[in-house]
Design a protein around this ligand. Structure first.
Ligand SMILES: [Zn+2]
Length: 311
C-alpha cells in the first residue's frame, strides 16, 4: 500500500542551520509511518529559496537529514526532488515505482568516500556537457549488492559519485555544480556486474508538483461529483463491462505519460485487468464525462496526458 505524509517547515541542509531541530521534527512527525514491504522512499521537498546564507545547496544534503531521521535503510530506492514554493516542507511517501533516466555512463568501479581528484573520470570522457545552469535529473543505478541506495553521507557512493560529475554538469574538481540536480533517483539493479550506472537529463519541463496536504493512505471518495476512485480489480472490471467514461491512472511521479487518461474502451484499460483480484497497486480515477475528471485532476494538482493506446 502506498501512503504519504507532508511535514511542514523549511527543510534544513545537512550540517546547516536548524539541522538538529528539523531532524527531530521529521522523526516525530513520521512516528507510525511505515514504507511497507518492498516500497521505496519518495521525497518531495519544497523550499522557499534556492539559497541558504547566500550559497546554493545540494539536493543530497537536503535529503540526508530526512533520510536519517526516518531511519529506514534497507529499501530498494530513494527518489528525491526539490522545488521552490510557498509552502515549505517535505512530502514523504512510500512508492512502488521511481522515475527513470536511461543510463549513459557506467563507472565499473564504484567511487566510495571522498576521493580528492583533478582529472576527468574516464567514464565521462566522451560525454556531452549539460551547459547553462538549468535543473537536471540524475539517476544513479547501483550494481554492487554491498552498497546502500540511501547512504547520502561522505562514506557512501552517492555523494562521491555526484562529486565527479563536474565535467558534465559544470563546475570544477571539488566544486561540481550539483545544485543543478533538482531530481535524484538512486536505485539498484543487477544489469551490470559492478559499479554504478548514471543517467542525466535536463528537466526541461518543471513538472514536479508542489506537495499536497496529507491524505489518507486509501481514499474511496473523490470529492468531486461524477468522479469515482477505483481501487480494486472488481470495480475496474465492472467499469470495463459497462464500457463508458474515462479512466485516469493515478501512478504519481513526474512523467505525464505514466498517468494517462484512457477511454474505458481502450486496450490499455483492458490490460489493467491482467492482475490478481483485490486491491490494485495503482489506483484509477473514473468519470463518465471528461470535464469533471479534468477539474478533479487540476484541483489535486495531478499530472496527466491523453493515452496513446491503439484503438
Ligand atoms: Zn488508452
Amino acid at each position: 500500500m502506498e501512503s504519504e505524509l507532508f511535514i511542514e517547515g523549511e527543510p534544513a541542509v545537512f550540517m546547516g542551520r536548524g539541522d538538529r531541530e528539523w531532524r527531530e521534527r521529521v522523526h516525530q512527525a513520521s512516528r507510525g509511518f511505515n514504507l511497507g514491504s518492498e516500497c521505496g522512499l519518495r521525497l518531495r521537498f519544497t523550499v522557499s529559496s534556492w539559497r541558504r546564507g547566500g550559497s546554493c545547496f545540494d539536493l543530497d544534503n537536503l535529503t540526508l537529514p530526512v533520510r536519517e531521521a526516518l531511519g529506514w535503510s534497507d529499501i530498494p530506492f530513494v527518489d528525491t526532488a526539490v522545488e521552490k514554493g510557498r509552502r515549505a516542507g517535505v512530502l514523504v511517501a512510500s512508492a512502488r515505482e521511481h522515475a527513470q533516466v536511461t543510463p549513459q555512463i557506467w563507472m565499473a568501479e564504484p567511487i566510495i568516500g571522498s576521493v580528492s581528484h583533478t582529472e576527468v573520470h574516464p567514464a565521462l570522457a566522451e560525454q556531452l556537457r549539460f551547459g547553462g545552469d538549468g535543473p537536471l535529473r540524475v539517476h544513479l543505478v547501483i550494481h554492487d549488492a554491498g552498497l546502500s541506495v540511501c547512504d547520502f553521507g561522505f562514506e557512501g557512493c552517492v555523494k562521491p559519485t555526484l562529486d565527479r560529475l563536474w565535467p558534465i554538469i559544470g563546475g570544477r574538481p571539488g566544486h561540481p555544480h550539483d545544485h543543478r540536480i533538482h531530481h535524484l533517483i538512486v536505485s539498484r539493479s543487477a544489469a551490470r556486474p559492478s559499479g554504478v550506472s548514471i543517467g542525466i537529463e535536463a528537466m526541461t519541463v518543471p513538472h514536479i508538483l508542489p506537495p499536497l496536504p496529507p491524505v489518507p493512505a486509501v481514499s474511496f471518495e473523490a470529492d468531486e461529483p461524477g468522479v469515482e476512485i477505483v481501487t480494486t480489480r472488481e470495480q475496474l472490471q465492472s467499469l470495463v463491462q459497462e464500457g463508458r467514461g474515462h479512466l485516469y491512472n493515478d501512478f504519481g511521479g513526474q512523467i505525464p505519460r505514466y498517468c494517462p487518461i484512457h477511454e474505458v474502451g481502450c486496450l490499455g484499460v483492458r490490460q489493467m485487468l491482467k492482475v490478481a483480484p483485490g486491491r490494485l497497486s495503482v489506483r484509477k480515477v473514473w468519470a463518465e464525462r471528461r470535464a469533471p475528471l479534468l477539474s478533479w485532476l487540476q484541483r489535486k494538482r495531478k499530472i496527466f496526458a491523453d493515452c496513446a493506446c491503439p484503438r
